[in-house]
Design a protein. Structure first.
Length: 406
């Protein structure tokens, strides 16, 4: 005679309710959803099944996530528009009188050790990489000014050997490929002698002498003046010179020129605005050189009219208001000194992080022309060494290109 327990095992259908498998989501709407989400979610979904991974790695999906803009190729020239989803977040260190607050924003958080900002300053960022250099060492402290290149997505850090030339200009990432695993980094001294470190060679290349223009100004940009790279051409903003301009280095031709700043830009700024904080080189959505200016009543972008005019003393710039200050908040107009400090620009996402007196930290989307106040506690634009921030992006197109099907 069988027990009740045995009967239940012999006849499960009569005693247990079968759980139906969840309905599958068709690929087309799933890809539409993923095209509007963040990079980490896309990567996680690509690991769930072969059909989904195959669809995500298809070139058509890479086209969809850039909303019709061309993806970065192995030259990483970024000729397309902004993709806000490529912004991972940012890391910062903010010193008060008694301690230093180290934090990150972004979900998921970037894999970056924000504590590095206590002794290192960000001097370049591109393609998901952040380049760090040690600030002036304290008296008696060792001078450890080796450049570090940190991958915001993977957390990997590369410490470079010292170059032959002094890296007096802010370094420039010429190329970033394989989702940040490969890169070329250029350093230059005040005479624009250059060297390039390549991860493919794992060493610095030969020193290259640059042909300088007549009456070349040997003043160097500030460390916070991150360069903008368009193709093989590097641009630095030099506002501390007798004649402020954009210095241009063509690494292919081996010569340097300069571009005059827009006429009238200075008269639009308040007299209380610091130039080293209120100007920032950027890149337009169509890949042209831009200059963000903290004007009295707005944040504006001046865009170079044509590439062939680079190096001309009469270069033509077009001005466009990105956002008016009253659209950020009343405090942005009625603040005590109206100062703005640009903290970083993401060439892939079009995001600008800035600090504004009386308001705090603001994220500005150059593409949509919208601003979000990220939080209080940063209302005073003070000394630059008291507040360090670096912005993190990922080039999802490049990341998908190096992923393998399974």
């Amino acid at each position: 005679m069988s027990s009740p327990n045995r009967r239940r095992l012999d006849h499960p259908a009569g005693n247990m309710t079968a759980t139906a498998p969840p309905p599958t989501i068709p690929l087309d709407p799933l890809l539409d959803i993923l095209a509007r989400t963040d990079a980490a979610t896309v990567v996680r979904c690509a690991a769930t099944s072969k059909p989904i991974r195959r669809a995500i790695l298809d070139p058509a999906f890479r086209h969809a996530i850039t909303i019709g803009a061309p993806c970065a190729t192995d030259t990483n020239t970024n000729a397309g528009g902004f993709v806000p989803a490529f912004l991972l977040g940012f890391s910062y260190l903010h010193r008060s009188l008694s301690h230093a607050d180290v934090a990150q924003q972004g979900r998921p958080r970037p894999r970056f050790d924000a504590a590095l900002l206590d002794t290192l300053e960000p001097v370049a960022a591109r393609g998901g990489l952040v380049v760090l250099r040690q600030r002036e060492p304290a008296a008696g402290a060792p001078d450890l000014r080796g450049l570090r290149v940190c991958n915001s997505l993977t957390g990997d850090t590369t410490i470079l050997p010292p170059p032959t030339v002094d890296d007096e200009y802010p370094p420039a990432l010429l190329a970033v490929t394989d989702a940040g695993c490969s890169f070329e980094l250029l350093v230059a001294d005040r005479s624009l002698r250059t060297q390039i470190f390549s991860t493919k060679e794992s060493k610095w290349g030969a020193v290259v002498e640059t042909r300088l223009p007549p009456r070349h100004c040997h003043d160097v940009p500030a460390a916070g003046a991150h360069p903008v790279v368009i193709g093989a051409v590097v641009h630095w903003l030099c506002h501390g010179c007798l004649h402020p301009a954009v210095k241009v280095l063509d690494t292919g031709a081996g010569n340097a020129t300069q571009i005059a700043l827009p006429q009238g830009y200075l008269s639009r700024m308040r007299c209380t605005q610091r130039l080293d904080a209120g100007l920032l080189l950027a890149k337009s959505a169509d890949g042209r050189l831009g200059l963000l200016v903290a004007e009295a009543g707005a944040i504006a972008m001046w865009t170079l009219a044509a590439a062939e005019e680079e190096g001309s003393a009469t270069a033509r710039w077009n001005r466009q208001v990105v956002i008016r200050r009253q659209d950020i908040g009343r405090e942005a107009v009625e603040g005590p000194c109206f100062s703005v400090r640009f903290m970083g620009f993401g060439e892939r996402s079009g995001a600008v992080i800035l600090q504004m007196d009386g308001v705090g930290l603001v994220r500005l989307d150059v593409g949509s022309k919208e601003a979000v106040v990220l939080g209080c506690g940063f209302e005073h634009v003070g000394q630059t060494d008291l507040f360090q921030l670096c912005l993190h992006e990922t080039d999802l197109c490049s990341l998908l290109q190096v992923m393998k099907p399974f």
